[in-house]
Design a protein around this ligand. Structure first.
Ligand code: NAP
Length: 483
């Protein structure tokens, strides 16, 4: 008599970390028909997760030990690590390593600094294991129903995970919002810049909200209505959509608008700051992102702001333009123009990083995978995809044929809005940064000739001449550096 052996089907992928992001990602993976093994440091959480998985239980192998977990996955094993970013990832990797075999891939899907990702990738370089740094955007909802996924690692390891990741990613016009973007830290770098742009986008919306609330006396529900209208036009995006919704929500405690009861101190976890730091490291201006990061820091200085308000008052004068259809249109266009500036800066930072780190980052693909699933998703990104596809070597988004026309149309409105806000004493740092970035970028003859002269005066740094003549120091006379 022959005995039939019961063979348990191996999981296609494994996942460690069953907190908010990991559990939602695991359910998404299971729901798309992929068998998944899961593990969490605290085993009770694995039980809780499995018990709440309902019909998806049949696709999930819950594991209590690392040995059991690794054994449950089909080699070469892709293992998603979705735990607290930083040191815990290194600790988890070290615990996993002795149990892995040739070709296995550890995938850090948390919000890692790309420099940590490069270091982790390098540590595994001369071993037979590999590493993927994977940026996942879209929060809890995205993880559960379709995030935007930015992958960095070897092409071979990408091939091993491509099918599963394609099945779980968000879709825009049926195209999956996932791509392999290059080696080692490419995915986490692009995710970082995504977050930097997100900071700028949110800050610019908040500044327009400030003009409407403090400059024009609009209520939260009126501003919600305005954003709702704008969401039907060129500003159509997730962030405008949720702004409309949050401004319309009622506080169950006071019965007034919810936003009016929320403390005006914005949190930050670091990715916006990393974007600004990396932009500075590479010498690429990302002024709108920097302004947004600084604005969050200033927002947290609540007691200092309150003390200063007592000394100086809030507004200098009332907003100089009356609200009506014309100003409404200007505000909408101003936000659009500033948004172009912020995205142009983010893409310029990525273009430079691509050169510096030898990643060959594909700009149209990045815009394409941000069209759905992530926080900055919008119709606008479809236009960026198309602009970079038609002009792949453009030095900057704003000089692509499609965007230069949009900039010409919208910059006058940004100038009017920023001018009026500044006259009224309303803070609009990100909008202003986008405007002055444009004004400086399109100025063929700038003012750095004076800076070069000053540098030569005090430090004998020398300068290049416009006429190309070989005479590189100024006739500064006494008081100038004698070097
Ligand atoms: P989290 O709160 O950042 O981390 C909790 C998870 O990490 C738990 O599973 C915990 O296990 C595990 N953990 C902590 N220290 C550990 C260690 N030393 N060794 C092993 N496991 C450890 O979880 P999350 O909010 O789901 O976020 C996960 C990652 O996704 C983070 O990098 C986060 O920045 C990123 N992310 C989050 C969001 C979001 O909206 N939340 C969006 C995008 C990206 P125990 O249960 O045993 O404590």
């Amino acid at each position: 008599m022959t005995h039939r052996r019961f063979v348990v089907e191996k999981a296609e992928i494994g996942l460690i970390g069953l907190a908010v992001m990991g559990s939602n990602l695991a359910l998404n993976i299971a729901e798309k028909g992929n068998k998944i093994a899961v593990f969490n440091r605290t085993p009770e959480k694995t039980d809780e997760f499995y018990e709440s998985a309902g019909d998806l239980k049949k696709q999930i192998i819950p594991c209590k030990t690392i040995e059991e977990f690794v054994d449950a996955i089909r080699p070469p094993r892709p293992i998603v690590i979705m735990i607290k970013a930083g040191e815990p990832v290194d600790q988890q990797m070290e615990l996993l390593r002795p149990h892995l075999s040739k070709g296995d891939i550890m995938i850090d899907a948390g919000n890692a600094n790309f420099r940590d990702t490069v270091a982790r990738f390098d540590r595994l370089k001369n071993t037979d294991l590999t590493f993927i740094g994977m940026g996942v955007s879209g929060g809890e909802e995205g993880a559960r129903h379709g995030p935007s996924i930015m992958v960095g690692g070897t092409e071979e390891s990408w091939k091993r995970v491509e099918k599963v990741l394609t099945s779980i990613a968000a879709r825009y016009n049926d195209e999956p919002c996932v791509a392999w973007l290059g080696n080692d830290g490419a995915g986490h770098f692009v995710k970082t810049i995504h977050n930097g742009i997100e900071y700028a986008d949110m800050q610019m919306i908040a500044e327009i909200y400030g003009i409407l609330r403090d400059g024009l006396g609009k209520s939260a529900s009126e501003i919600s209505g305005i954003f709702g209208e704008w969401n039907k036009g060129r500003l159509n995006s997730y962030l405008i959509e949720i702004s409309e919704k949050v401004l319309a929500a009622t506080d169950p405690v006071s019965g007034g608008p919810m936003v009016d009861m929320i403390l005006d101190k914005a949190g930050q976890k670091g990715t916006g700051k990393w974007s600004a730091i990396e932009a500075q490291n590479m010498g690429i201006p990302a002024t709108a992102i920097e302004a947004a990061v600084a604005a969050r820091s200033l927002s947290s200085m609540k007691s200092q702001r309150e003390a200063a308000e007592k000394i100086f008052g809030t507004q200098a004068v009332s907003f100089p333009i009356a609200y009506g259809p014309e100003l409404n249109k200007d505000l909408e266009l101003a936000l659009f123009a500033a948004k172009i500036g912020a995205y142009a800066q983010g893409f310029a930072v990525m273009a430079e990083a691509s050169r510096e780190f030898n990643w060959s980052l594909p700009m149209p693909t990045i815009a394409r995978i941000w069209r759905a699933g992530c926080i900055i998703r919008s119709q606008f990104l479809d236009e960026i995809t198309s602009a970079f596809t038609k002009a792949p070597d453009a030095a900057n988004l704003i000089v692509t044929p499609a965007f230069s026309d949009m900039v010409k149309e919208s910059i006058p409105a940004l100038r009017r809005v920023v001018g009026a806000a500044i006259a009224a004493g309303l803070p609009v740092p990100a909008l202003t940064s986008a405007l002055t970035y444009f004004d400086a970028y399109r100025q063929g003859r700038g003012t750095a000739n004076l800076i070069q002269a000053q540098r030569d005066f005090f430090g004998a740094h020398g300068f290049d001449r416009l006429d190309g003549k070989d005479f590189h120091h100024g006739p500064w006379g006494s008081g100038a550096s004698t070097f």
